[in-house]
Write a protein that binds this ligand. Structure first.
Ligand SMILES: [Zn+2]
Ligand SMILES: [Zn+2]
Length: 343
């Protein structure tokens, strides 16, 4: 079976790997679709991000769906041929944070396609994947492409949970890549009133409007575009910072109203903070990292038609054109989410 392996920046290879049989409690999955994520792109473009560097070849990918081809001993509730979304979150269940229910903070996390630990955790971009049955969310009624969107949607549902109450709130989203777009959908679903989105690309802002943003602002054309939201100490109760860029965070903070909550999702390295404004406006600054239980909620919301991710799957490439897929995934003038078909 073929897999997509990153060896170093810009050195992406399609390689043969052995097929494994499912052990007790596991299932074998014929992969259907894999979405390319920002972290996959960091490995592809730069060989890592921040202190996280590739030290050995690694199979990429963690946004995947597929059809079950074999059930291991003791597996119930799943059937052969069924479409499943596969959660890449694999906490140990035994460490102090798992015992607290903070699974995304697990000390022994084996998140697919991550070079954070060494040896690296191999990813899910492979034609045949063996996974724990507990990682699989039945995705009946969804397309494989939608099912593969469960992972980034879960990231945004987790951030929305951390935001606290959303009903009637004014929300700013800075950075409208896939995560920003899905945060708009999540905030809308949770009852946000005003939703304003910023980015540097007209294409992504048009997709932000499609996702339900009331106002979109192109900060490359007018760096002061948020000024209309700064009178009387600011407008926004909640900021989803999805760009990882310091200027976006600073501009966003200036438009936050006192007592507001900043959710930092973007990972662009360390940045300077306008600490005077954070302190004086009594803002809450919250990190938001991955997800756990929200993965199953993401699948369920899509199945019920409460969140529609289809307009944001902008390109689908066959496996043999993986390189083109990775190049397109980083193109903010044409792509929101680019996916690869493994069938
Ligand atoms: Zn992802
Ligand atoms: Zn753990």
């Amino acid at each position: 079976m073929k897999s997509i392996v990153i060896h170093a920046a810009k050195d992406l290879r399609i390689e043969d790997r052995d097929v494994a049989a499912p052990g007790p409690g596991e299932v074998q999955i014929k992969l259907a679709t894999g979405g390319i994520c920002g972290s996959d792109l960091h490995y592809f473009n730069h060989g890592g991000f921040g202190p996280v560097r590739l030290k050995e070849p690694m199979i990429l990918g963690h946004e995947v769906s597929g059809h079950i081809t074999a059930l291991g001993e003791g597996v119930t509730g799943l059937s052969i041929g069924q479409l499943v979304a596969v959660s890449p979150s694999r906490p140990c269940g035994n460490c102090r944070y798992c015992h607290e229910g903070r699974y995304n903070q697990c000390l022994n996390m084996r998140f697919y396609g991550s070079a954070m630990p060494f040896p690296h955790i191999q990813g899910a971009f492979r034609q045949v994947l063996v996974a724990d049955a507990a990682q699989c969310a039945p995705a009946d009624g969804l397309t494989p492409g939608e099912a593969a969107m469960a992972e980034p949607l879960a990231v945004c549902l987790h951030a929305t949970r951390r935001a606290g109450g959303m009903m009637g709130k004014s929300v700013l989203v800075t950075g409208c890549g896939p995560i920003g777009i899905l945060c708009i959908l999540a905030a809308r679903r949770a009852g946000a009133d005003l939703v304003v989105a910023t980015d540097l690309s007209e294409f992504t802002l048009s997709k932000a409007r499609e996702a339900g943003a009331d106002v979109t602002l192109n900060m490359s054309k007018d760096a002061e575009a948020l000024d209309r939201f700064t009178p009387e100490k600011g407008t926004f109760d909640i900021l989803y910072e999805c760009s990882g860029a310091a200027p976006a965070l600073s501009a966003g903070i200036s438009a936050m109203r006192p007592g507001g909550t900043i959710l930092q999702l973007g990972l662009g390295g360390d940045m300077n903070l306008p600490m005077m404004a954070i302190t004086a406006k009594e803002l809450s600054l919250k990190g938001s990292f991955r997800f756990h239980a929200e993965f199953f909620t993401a699948v369920s919301l899509m199945q019920k038609g409460l969140v529609d991710v289809k307009p944001f799957i902008t390109q689908t490439f066959p496996l043999k054109e993986s390189l083109a897929a990775f190049e397109m995934a980083g193109n903010r003038n044409q792509a929101v989410k680019a996916q690869i078909e493994f069938a």
